[in-house]
Design a protein around this ligand. Structure first.
Ligand SMILES: [Zn+2]
Length: 201
Protein backbone atom coordinates (compact mmCIF):
# COMPACT_ATOMS: atom_id res chain seq x y z
CA UNK A 1 0.00 0.00 0.00
CA UNK A 2 1.56 3.34 -1.01
CA UNK A 3 1.19 6.49 1.07
CA UNK A 4 -1.70 7.88 -0.96
CA UNK A 5 -3.68 4.65 -0.84
CA UNK A 6 -2.91 4.44 2.86
CA UNK A 7 -4.25 7.96 3.46
CA UNK A 8 -7.39 7.20 1.48
CA UNK A 9 -7.78 3.99 3.39
CA UNK A 10 -7.32 5.60 6.80
CA UNK A 11 -9.76 8.42 5.93
CA UNK A 12 -12.34 5.88 4.89
CA UNK A 13 -11.69 3.89 8.07
CA UNK A 14 -12.18 7.04 10.19
CA UNK A 15 -15.48 7.83 8.49
CA UNK A 16 -16.57 4.25 8.99
CA UNK A 17 -15.70 4.43 12.70
CA UNK A 18 -17.50 7.78 13.16
CA UNK A 19 -20.49 6.41 11.24
CA UNK A 20 -20.53 3.37 13.47
CA UNK A 21 -20.66 5.40 16.65
CA UNK A 22 -23.17 7.93 15.28
CA UNK A 23 -25.49 5.20 14.09
CA UNK A 24 -28.46 5.38 16.51
CA UNK A 25 -28.99 1.64 16.23
CA UNK A 26 -25.38 0.93 17.22
CA UNK A 27 -25.60 3.44 20.05
CA UNK A 28 -28.70 1.69 21.29
CA UNK A 29 -26.92 -1.67 21.11
CA UNK A 30 -23.97 -0.32 23.06
CA UNK A 31 -26.22 1.16 25.75
CA UNK A 32 -28.25 -1.99 25.82
CA UNK A 33 -25.14 -4.14 26.24
CA UNK A 34 -24.30 -2.01 29.26
CA UNK A 35 -27.83 -2.32 30.63
CA UNK A 36 -27.53 -6.10 30.40
CA UNK A 37 -24.46 -6.05 32.61
CA UNK A 38 -25.18 -8.06 35.74
CA UNK A 39 -24.14 -6.32 38.92
CA UNK A 40 -22.41 -8.08 41.78
CA UNK A 41 -25.08 -9.38 44.16
CA UNK A 42 -25.15 -8.01 47.68
CA UNK A 43 -23.25 -10.18 50.09
CA UNK A 44 -22.11 -10.35 53.69
CA UNK A 45 -18.36 -10.25 54.21
CA UNK A 46 -17.60 -12.16 57.41
CA UNK A 47 -14.19 -11.44 58.92
CA UNK A 48 -12.50 -14.83 58.50
CA UNK A 49 -8.80 -15.46 59.11
CA UNK A 50 -7.13 -17.78 56.62
CA UNK A 51 -3.82 -19.58 56.51
CA UNK A 52 -1.94 -19.13 53.26
CA UNK A 53 -4.12 -19.16 50.12
CA UNK A 54 -3.07 -19.69 46.53
CA UNK A 55 -4.29 -17.50 43.67
CA UNK A 56 -6.47 -19.24 41.08
CA UNK A 57 -5.50 -18.33 37.53
CA UNK A 58 -8.20 -20.22 35.63
CA UNK A 59 -11.96 -20.51 36.11
CA UNK A 60 -13.89 -22.99 33.98
CA UNK A 61 -16.82 -24.09 36.13
CA UNK A 62 -19.05 -23.23 39.06
CA UNK A 63 -19.62 -26.16 41.43
CA UNK A 64 -22.73 -26.27 43.61
CA UNK A 65 -22.71 -28.00 47.02
CA UNK A 66 -24.92 -28.37 50.06
CA UNK A 67 -23.66 -28.32 53.63
CA UNK A 68 -25.33 -31.71 53.99
CA UNK A 69 -25.07 -32.19 57.74
CA UNK A 70 -27.33 -34.81 59.29
CA UNK A 71 -28.93 -32.21 61.60
CA UNK A 72 -29.93 -30.26 58.41
CA UNK A 73 -28.77 -27.03 60.03
CA UNK A 74 -28.60 -23.64 58.28
CA UNK A 75 -24.81 -23.29 58.67
CA UNK A 76 -23.11 -19.90 58.32
CA UNK A 77 -19.85 -19.30 56.46
CA UNK A 78 -18.21 -18.67 59.85
CA UNK A 79 -19.38 -22.06 61.16
CA UNK A 80 -18.16 -23.88 58.05
CA UNK A 81 -14.89 -21.94 58.30
CA UNK A 82 -14.37 -23.12 61.87
CA UNK A 83 -15.14 -26.70 60.88
CA UNK A 84 -12.74 -26.64 57.92
CA UNK A 85 -9.99 -25.00 59.98
CA UNK A 86 -10.36 -27.81 62.50
CA UNK A 87 -9.73 -30.24 59.64
CA UNK A 88 -6.39 -28.49 59.18
CA UNK A 89 -7.43 -26.58 56.05
CA UNK A 90 -6.51 -22.95 55.32
CA UNK A 91 -10.11 -21.98 56.07
CA UNK A 92 -13.56 -22.43 54.60
CA UNK A 93 -13.25 -24.37 51.33
CA UNK A 94 -16.20 -22.74 49.54
CA UNK A 95 -16.08 -19.28 47.99
CA UNK A 96 -19.70 -18.57 48.94
CA UNK A 97 -22.34 -19.83 51.34
CA UNK A 98 -26.02 -19.14 50.69
CA UNK A 99 -28.15 -19.18 53.84
CA UNK A 100 -31.75 -20.30 53.96
CA UNK A 101 -32.98 -16.69 54.15
CA UNK A 102 -31.16 -16.03 50.85
CA UNK A 103 -28.20 -14.14 52.36
CA UNK A 104 -25.03 -14.67 50.37
CA UNK A 105 -21.94 -14.86 52.59
CA UNK A 106 -18.43 -14.63 51.21
CA UNK A 107 -16.22 -17.55 52.17
CA UNK A 108 -12.76 -18.04 50.70
CA UNK A 109 -11.65 -15.06 48.59
CA UNK A 110 -13.08 -15.45 45.12
CA UNK A 111 -9.82 -15.44 43.16
CA UNK A 112 -8.11 -18.04 45.34
CA UNK A 113 -7.98 -21.82 44.97
CA UNK A 114 -10.83 -23.34 46.95
CA UNK A 115 -11.05 -26.64 48.85
CA UNK A 116 -14.43 -27.99 47.82
CA UNK A 117 -13.94 -30.42 44.95
CA UNK A 118 -10.99 -32.79 44.93
CA UNK A 119 -8.76 -32.41 41.86
CA UNK A 120 -10.94 -29.58 40.49
CA UNK A 121 -10.11 -26.77 42.89
CA UNK A 122 -7.59 -25.14 40.55
CA UNK A 123 -10.19 -24.02 38.01
CA UNK A 124 -13.57 -23.86 39.76
CA UNK A 125 -15.60 -21.64 42.09
CA UNK A 126 -17.47 -23.41 44.92
CA UNK A 127 -20.88 -22.33 46.20
CA UNK A 128 -22.50 -24.06 49.17
CA UNK A 129 -26.22 -23.77 49.87
CA UNK A 130 -26.86 -24.34 53.55
CA UNK A 131 -29.03 -27.32 54.34
CA UNK A 132 -29.34 -31.00 53.62
CA UNK A 133 -31.10 -31.38 50.30
CA UNK A 134 -31.27 -35.13 50.48
CA UNK A 135 -34.15 -34.43 52.90
CA UNK A 136 -35.25 -30.81 52.45
CA UNK A 137 -35.91 -28.49 49.54
CA UNK A 138 -33.72 -25.39 49.11
CA UNK A 139 -35.76 -22.28 49.93
CA UNK A 140 -37.04 -20.05 47.13
CA UNK A 141 -34.83 -17.24 48.52
CA UNK A 142 -31.77 -19.49 48.38
CA UNK A 143 -32.47 -20.40 44.76
CA UNK A 144 -33.04 -16.77 43.81
CA UNK A 145 -29.73 -15.76 45.38
CA UNK A 146 -28.00 -18.71 43.70
CA UNK A 147 -29.36 -17.52 40.34
CA UNK A 148 -28.04 -13.97 40.82
CA UNK A 149 -24.68 -15.23 42.04
CA UNK A 150 -24.15 -17.81 39.28
CA UNK A 151 -25.22 -15.35 36.55
CA UNK A 152 -22.77 -12.76 37.87
CA UNK A 153 -19.99 -15.37 38.03
CA UNK A 154 -20.69 -16.50 34.44
CA UNK A 155 -20.32 -12.90 33.32
CA UNK A 156 -17.23 -12.25 35.47
CA UNK A 157 -15.35 -15.30 34.21
CA UNK A 158 -16.84 -15.37 30.67
CA UNK A 159 -18.42 -18.78 31.19
CA UNK A 160 -20.98 -19.81 28.60
CA UNK A 161 -24.13 -20.97 30.45
CA UNK A 162 -25.03 -23.18 27.45
CA UNK A 163 -21.95 -25.29 28.06
CA UNK A 164 -22.40 -28.55 29.97
CA UNK A 165 -19.28 -27.82 31.99
CA UNK A 166 -20.24 -24.34 33.27
CA UNK A 167 -22.63 -25.08 36.12
CA UNK A 168 -22.13 -28.39 37.87
CA UNK A 169 -23.23 -30.24 40.96
CA UNK A 170 -20.39 -31.64 43.08
CA UNK A 171 -21.51 -35.15 42.16
CA UNK A 172 -20.98 -34.43 38.45
CA UNK A 173 -17.25 -34.30 39.15
CA UNK A 174 -16.77 -36.72 42.04
CA UNK A 175 -17.98 -40.31 42.12
CA UNK A 176 -19.35 -41.46 45.44
CA UNK A 177 -20.88 -38.19 46.69
CA UNK A 178 -24.52 -37.27 46.36
CA UNK A 179 -23.73 -33.59 47.07
CA UNK A 180 -25.57 -31.20 46.53
CA UNK A 181 -28.41 -33.55 47.50
CA UNK A 182 -31.06 -34.93 45.20
CA UNK A 183 -33.50 -32.02 45.65
CA UNK A 184 -31.01 -29.25 44.91
CA UNK A 185 -29.48 -31.26 42.08
CA UNK A 186 -32.86 -31.28 40.37
CA UNK A 187 -33.00 -27.48 40.63
CA UNK A 188 -29.70 -26.92 38.81
CA UNK A 189 -31.50 -26.71 35.47
CA UNK A 190 -33.47 -23.74 36.83
CA UNK A 191 -30.16 -21.98 37.58
CA UNK A 192 -28.80 -22.85 34.13
CA UNK A 193 -31.93 -21.53 32.40
CA UNK A 194 -31.72 -18.28 34.35
CA UNK A 195 -28.07 -17.80 33.36
CA UNK A 196 -28.85 -18.58 29.71
CA UNK A 197 -31.52 -15.85 29.74
CA UNK A 198 -29.43 -13.24 31.57
CA UNK A 199 -25.81 -13.70 30.57
CA UNK A 200 -24.23 -12.52 27.33
CA UNK A 201 -20.66 -13.75 27.06
ZN1 LIG B 1 -20.10 -30.90 47.82
Amino acid sequence: MNRRTFLQFSTLASFAAIGYFLNPLKLFELQNADARKISEPEMELPDLQFAELELRTQTDSIVIHHSGTENRKDLSAAEVHKYHRNLGWAGIGYHFVIRQDGTIERGRYIDTVGAHCYEHNGNTVGICLSGNFNYDQPTRKQLNSAKKLTAWLCQKYHLDPHSDSTLLGHRDLILGTNCPGMNLYEDLDELRDFCIRKVRV
